[in-house]
Design a protein around this ligand. Structure first.
Ligand SMILES: [Zn+2]
Length: 131
C-alpha cells in the first residue's frame, strides 16, 4: 500500500520507477507499436532519465506517454500526489486551491491538472490510465 509519505510523491526517480512497475510489470513496452523485445533504455541520454528507444518503430518514449501525465511540464511525482489526493479524498470536494497548496504549483497549473484528472476519472473510472 502507498501512503502520503511514500517517496513516489517527492522523488522524481521513485515516481518514475513506480509508474513503470505499474504499467510495465514485464518490462518496458513501446506505446506506439507495442514491441517489447527491441525496446532499449536510452542510458545517459541528454534528454534526461526515463527515456526508451524502440528499435522496431524507431520512436522514443517515457512511461508517461499514453497516460494522462503525458505532455505536461509538471514533474511526475506531483502528478502522482495529485492523483492520490483525488483518489483518497471525496473527489469533488478537492478545490484548486487545496491542490495548489498540497503539491506546490501555480493556481493555473493546479486548475489544469484538476481538469485533466477529472476527465480521466470520468472516462475510465480511475485516476491512473488503465492498460
Ligand atoms: Zn515501437
Amino acid at each position: 500500500m502507498i501512503d502520503r509519505l511514500d517517496p513516489i510523491f517527492t522523488d522524481e526517480t521513485a515516481a518514475r520507477n513506480w509508474l513503470e512497475a505499474q504499467r510495465w510489470p514485464d518490462g518496458a513496452a513501446c506505446p506506439f507499436c507495442e514491441s517489447r523485445e527491441r525496446v532499449k533504455p536510452l542510458a545517459g541520454s541528454s534528454m534526461g532519465d526515463g527515456w526508451y528507444h524502440c528499435q522496431d518503430c524507431r520512436r522514443k518514449f517515457t512511461v508517461r506517454v499514453g497516460t494522462l501525465y503525458e505532455r505536461s511540464h509538471v514533474p511526475l511525482h506531483k502528478w502522482l500526489l495529485a492523483s492520490y489526493v483525488l483518489s483518497t479524498a471525496n473527489d469533488r470536494a478537492v478545490t484548486v486551491d487545496q491542490l495548489r497548496a498540497t503539491i506546490d504549483v501555480s493556481y493555473r497549473t493546479a486548475w489544469r491538472m484538476l481538469q485533466r484528472l477529472r476527465e480521466a476519472v470520468d472516462a475510465a473510472g480511475t485516476a491512473v490510465a488503465d492498460e
